[in-house]
Every structure is written in C-alpha cells, then in structure tokens.
Design a protein around this ligand. Structure first.
Ligand SMILES: NC(=O)c1ccc[n+]([C@@H]2O[C@H](COP(=O)([O-])OP(=O)(O)OC[C@H]3O[C@@H](n4cnc5c(N)ncnc54)[C@H](OP(=O)(O)O)[C@@H]3O)[C@@H](O)[C@H]2O)c1
Length: 291
C-alpha cells in the first residue's frame, strides 16, 4: 500500500489522482489533518489516516500496513525541517520499504538567496543518512506560481516587471509533477534515485511574455526592474514590505539561474512530454480574448 501525505493539497492530490488511475483504491492511503477534506477519497475506497507532521504519535498510527510513503514537503516554513524529521522517524520505525520526498531543484543549493529552501536539503541529507530506501523528487518552480508573481490577469495590460534579468527557469506544471511522482512511487525497483522534475527547456521571462502574447493576442512586455521598484509596487498593492523583500530573494534565485536545471526525468516518468510553456500558461491564465 502507498501512502501519500499532503493529499488535501495541490501536489498530493495530483499524485493520488494518478495512483487512482493506475491502481486499485484499496492499495492507496492518505495522511490528512482533517478527515472531512478527504471525504471524496474515502468514498472512492482510499484509506484515510488522520495525522499531523507535528504529532509523532499520530504518524506512527497512520502508517499501519503501509509499504511506501510519498512525503509531500510541508508548507509550514518555520517548522518543516522538524516536521519532516518526525515523518522520517515514523517511517523508519514502521519498517516502510520506500520513502519518496518532494524536494526542490536548485543548481547550487548552498548559495541560494532563498533561505526558505535550505530545509529541503537538510531533509534530503537526513533521508540519505537514514539507510531507508528512497526516491527524491527535486521539483522545479511550479509554473502555477506565475499567476501570483505576475499579478493575475493584470499582466495582459501591465506586462511583466520583475527583478529577474535574463535568468532561466525550467518551469513545470504542479499537476504533472504529482503524476510523475506517483508513477515513480508505483514503479520503483532497485537502488535509490534522485529525479529532477523539471521541463527539458528553461525559459526567461522574455519567453514567458512572448508565450502570454501568443495565447492572448495582446502584446505582453517584460522589463527587468530594480529590487526597489519591485518592492514599492508590491507594497502599493497591499503586500507587506517584509514579504515583498522575501519575494525579491526568491526572484534573485531566478536571476542567478538557480532554477535553470533542465531534465528529461519528468518526461520519462510521465511517459509523454510535459506541457509546453505556452500550453501550461493557457491552462493557468484565463485569457481575456484568446488568440
Ligand atoms: N516547487 C515549487 O514551486 C513549490 C512552490 C510552493 C510550495 N512548494 C512545496 O511543495 C509542497 C506541496 O505543494 P502544494 O502546492 O501541494 O502545497 P499545498 O497545496 O499548500 O498543500 C500542502 C499540504 O500539506 C499539508 N500539511 C501542511 N501542514 C501539515 C502538517 N503539519 N501535517 C500534515 N499535513 C500538513 C496540507 O494539509 P491541510 O489541507 O490540512 O492544510 C496540504 O495537504 C508545499 O508544501 C511546499 O513545501 C513547492
């Protein structure tokens, strides 16, 4: 039986959807904090286990009869290194045969400006040291983050203004990463693996602007702006200044080509090419007047 954590979230639910498409529901379990959120999965025959990364006892109880665990990284940035350690300890104690973990893709993790990414690599190191058979998924930046970074449909009027230079990103759709991780968890045999779930091409924001122009028929421009201009604009639309400054750090990873790690792993695990930049953006943006 495969258990997926974070199954009420975006990535985890995509992974569970793919497991359901490929295997019997009786072979799937999910770890959730709120049973009600998983009512639809329970109806389909998935075993719903209630547990919390912060509650070691709940994790031990949730792993009964489970052979493989896909740990979807926590979204609680302040605490997640300890939370992941709790899951790792529970998985070890339960004698689980394979642990999957959704980490992040960076070309030079030690020098990332985004401090919120460092704990993924601490968890990776702990998994490698644990002696447990593992599969690590180093996920690219979700293409799905772009509506947020670009201010939603306003981008079609105002263009893209980010402090990202000509940095490249091997964006991929979150749902495709979930599907690929599920396939890997089902099909894994042999030794430990680290996959990079990213597009086979990396794109600049000039490319993103061009793709948005193509799908909308409107000219979308891109200008790389200073950090101060980005912060001032964000604060003007209600983003707290501290958050805006953190966003600058994560965008500097783009500028510094930290996210320029391409791979064919995603394509191989999916069994088909991942969505192109243009198709992915068309899926994520409601285009005012499609071209
Ligand atoms: N690659 C990227 O670009 C990127 C971007 C953003 C985030 N991420 C990482 O990828 C992960 C998955 O992304 P996502 O979009 O699926 O995130 P998401 O939609 O926010 O889902 C997070 C899941 O984690 C669960 N969770 C949170 N705290 C928990 C706890 N203490 N115990 C048990 N479960 C807990 C949530 O459960 P509830 O439903 O109960 O809240 C939810 O199911 C994120 O958590 C984050 O680490 C990656």
């Amino acid at each position: 039986m495969i258990l997926v954590t974070g199954a009420t979230g975006n990535l985890g639910s995509a992974a569970v959807g793919q497991l359901l498409a490929r295997t019997d529901a009786s072979q799937i379990a999910v770890l959730v904090r709120d049973r009600d959120k998983a009512a639809g999965l329970a109806q389909q025959g998935v075993s719903v286990r209630v547990g919390d990364y912060d509650d070691r006892e709940s994790l031990a109880g949730a792993l009964e009869g489970v052979d493989r665990v896909l740990l979807v990284a926590s979204n609680q940035f302040q605490r997640r290194e300890a939370q992941h350690r709790n899951v790792l300890d529970a998985v070890k104690a339960a004698g689980v045969e394979l642990l999957g973990f959704t980490s992040r893709s960076l070309t030079d993790p030690e020098n990332s400006r985004n401090v919120m990414l460092h704990d993924y690599f601490q968890t990776e190191a702990q998994i490698r040291q644990s002696g447990l058979p593992f599969v690590i998924f180093r996920n690219a930046l979700y293409l799905d983050t772009l509506p947020f970074f670009l201010g939603g449909p306003k981008v079609f009027e105002e263009g893209i203004r980010l402090p990202t230079g000509q940095g490249k990103v091997a964006f991929a759709l979150r749902r495709e990463m979930g599907e690929a991780a599920a396939n890997a968890m089902l099909d894994h045999t042999g030794s430990d693996r680290t996959y990079v779930l990213a597009a086979p091409h990396a794109y600049t924001f000039t490319d993103v602007a061009q793709a948005l122009s193509d799908i909308s028929g409107q000219t979308v421009t891109y200008e790389s702006v200073t950090d101060e201009e980005f912060v001032a604009r964000a604060v003007k639309v209600g983003v707290p200044e501290q958050t805006a400054r953190h966003l600058v750090d994560s965008l500097h990873d783009v500028r510094d080509n930290q996210l320029d790690e391409t791979s064919t792993d995603l394509e191989r695990l999916l069994g088909h090419a991942p969505a192109s930049l243009r198709d992915g953006l068309a899926e994520l943006f409601s285009v005012p007047n499609p071209a």
